[in-house]
Design a protein around this ligand. Structure first.
Ligand code: HSE
Length: 454
């Protein structure tokens, strides 16, 4: 049934013309890399942004503890008290770019409470406190937009929430930490060790002095959980992500992976299964022929497989002042366009109805099924291979490929590299424990999961 003119008018009341033309008023909190990038891009592209928005976008206040020489704030109203921005009645949209989770959470809640819409680049804030923040925003009828929180300038949130909305997403897999990808690329291309590649990343300013968040997968877990919440309509479940970093990846494994036709990438993987959603971040062997296997350096990429569209790949800069500002400004324009719309006329911000705990369960890691790369240090004696093969076969795991080169001159140990069939994690762990207990095997077995992403 088509709506009558009166019904249409009531659903979307027309605003007075002067209100429609009024500038959208932004308050930016934080003038670090992304904050200064946002100020600069808004100054440079102000006319295009206003045209696309249908009205001017004006920065009415900036809250920052200190200035940043990377941007000119001489014509802006700058306060050192960031909470002034949350309390400023002239601010329509508060852009949170201070980072961290404690003050940022309080700032965002204060702004929501004052009826302001939020744009944020803060993945930790959304991943760890998103459920609470979305519920608060729903109560106040305001929006939280967070495109810049995942994969910098790549519009992956918009793709998941809007572009792919007609699909049942089967799985997604992403290189979503540029620092880690840079380190793995250097290790492969230049034969550097992990420590050398990390030091190089720190020298170039890609890695922090304390690189834990990037190299141990916490940053990627934050981003993964945000994408999964949208892809599978589930609450943010950061504490349920299985997270393994890249500090244990060696150049030797990168070389063997090459020999087998694979690359090692640090992936965030979310997959729908009959029994729940897999959420995991770990080093992964992926076939060299996949486009995503060839995403190198600090670049990010996310592969999303929808039932209707099939595989789609999103590639671009995952960090950097202006690349991230690009995503922040896209959110500002999106929010600005629907400023006067009723909350239920906007694209929902969260994967589930705000505040709801519904949605699929996260699958325990023991239940996850993958193939494995194993590297075993074995004594060069008869019978070792048959012992390893028997242990695998007893656990229902078959050996798909195997490499064993001659031992190096004077070496008693030889590396035996195996690619296994797909098996449940618990089975594989049991097999590895038995292999490690063999007299003919030394030390721990190196294990890296394998995904074909096909
Ligand atoms: N530290 C992140 C990375 C960038 O290396 O990808 C910000 O999310």
């Amino acid at each position: 049934m088509s709506a009558t003119v009166e019904e249409t008018t009531e659903l979307a009341p027309r605003l007075p013309a002067d209100n429609l033309r009024r500038a959208v008023r932004i308050g930016i909190c934080g003038l670090g890399t992304v904050g200064s990038g946002t100020v600069n891009v808004m100054a440079r592209n102000g006319e295009e942004i206003a045209a696309r928005c249908g009205r001017p976008v004006e920065i009415v206040q900036v809250g920052a503890r200190r200035d940043n020489a990377a941007c000119d704030t001489s014509k802006l109203n700058v306060t050192r008290e960031i909470f002034d921005v949350a309390d400023n009645p002239d601010v329509d949209i508060l852009v949170e770019l201070i980072g961290g989770t404690t003050v940022a959470r309080e700032l965002v809640l204060a702004a929501i409470n004052n009826g302001k819409h939020i744009v944020t680049a803060n993945k930790a804030l959304i991943a760890e406190h998103g459920n609470e923040l979305f519920a608060a925003a729903a109560e106040k009828g305001v929006t939280i937009a967070y495109e810049a929180a995942v994969a910098g300038g790549i519009p992956i949130i918009k793709s998941l929430r809007e572009g792919l909305v007609g699909n049942r997403i089967q799985w997604l897999a992403g290189i979503i930490n540029g620092t880690g990808n840079y380190i793995l690329t250097e290790m492969r291309d230049k034969g550097r060790s992990f420590a050398e590649a990390l030091a190089q990343a720190q020298e170039l300013g890609y890695a922090e002095a304390d690189p834990t968040f990037d190299v141990e997968g916490i940053d990627a877990a934050h981003k993964l959980v945000i994408m999964a919440s949208l892809a599978f309509a589930m609450p943010l479940a950061f504490d349920k992500v299985y997270t393994e970093g890249i500090s244990g990846v060696s150049s030797e494994d990168i070389r063997y992976a090459d020999e087998l036709g694979y690359r090692i990438k640090h992936l965030g993987i979310a997959r729908r299964t009959e029994h729940g959603v897999e959420l995991r971040v770990h080093p992964t062997l992926i076939p060299q022929r996949r486009l995503i296997a060839n995403v190198n350096g600090v670049m990010n990429a996310v592969l999303v497989n929808g039932d209707a569209v099939g595989p789609t790949l999103y590639y671009g800069a995952g960090a950097g002042a202006e690349a991230t500002a690009s995503a922040v400004i896209a959110d500002i324009v999106d929010v600005a366009r629907t400023l006067e719309a009723k909350p239920d006329q906007r694209v929902p911000a969260a994967g589930v109805a705000e505040g709801s705990q519904a949605g699929p369960q996260v699958l325990p890691m023991d239940e996850v099924v993958t193939s494995y790369y194993l590297r075993i240090s074995a004594h060069d004696k008869p019978g070792v291979m048959s012992q390893v093969a028997k242990i695998c076969s007893d656990q229902g795991i078959s050996i798909e490929a195997l490499i064993q080169h001659e031992p190096a001159e004077g070496e008693a140990l030889v590396p035996v590299v195996i690619l296994t069939s797909r098996a449940k994690e618990a089975r594989l762990r049991e097999a590895v424990a038995q292999i490690e207990a063999l007299d003919t095997v030394e030390g721990e077995v190196v294990r890296i999961r394998v995904e074909t992403l096909g």
